[in-house]
Ligand binder design. Structure first.
Ligand code: SF4
Ligand code: SF4
Length: 79
């Protein structure tokens, strides 16, 4: 869900939610491919899960990853 109401322009960041398919063992990196700012990195966690993480220094809240995620698993929120 996009939560722009009340946010200052560009004062928003991407947030990965629990609906990301990588939490269930599927391998997907579509959001990373959709981010032209290279703000989405993948890190291996226990159980060999590879989960996306947002680099908040690089993310400018453009929303491209939101549009590229097939599961709508990314929120854009005030930060
Ligand atoms: S595109 Fe969506 S489902 Fe795929 S890795 Fe990114 S957040 Fe997860
Ligand atoms: S909101 Fe834009 S800059 Fe931030 S992670 Fe998504 S695509 Fe990259």
């Amino acid at each position: 869900m996009m939560e722009f109401i009340g946010a200052e322009p560009w004062n928003v960041k991407a947030v990965i939610t629990k609906f990301c398919v990588n939490y269930s063992g599927t391998i997907c990196q579509m959001c990373s491919s959709g981010c032209q700012y290279n703000a989405i990195k993948f890190r291996v966690h226990s159980g060999n899960m590879t989960l996306p993480e947002i680099d908040l220094d690089e993310c400018n809240g453009c929303g491209d990853c939101y549009r590229s995620c097939p599961k709508l698993a990314i929120d854009i929120k005030p930060h």
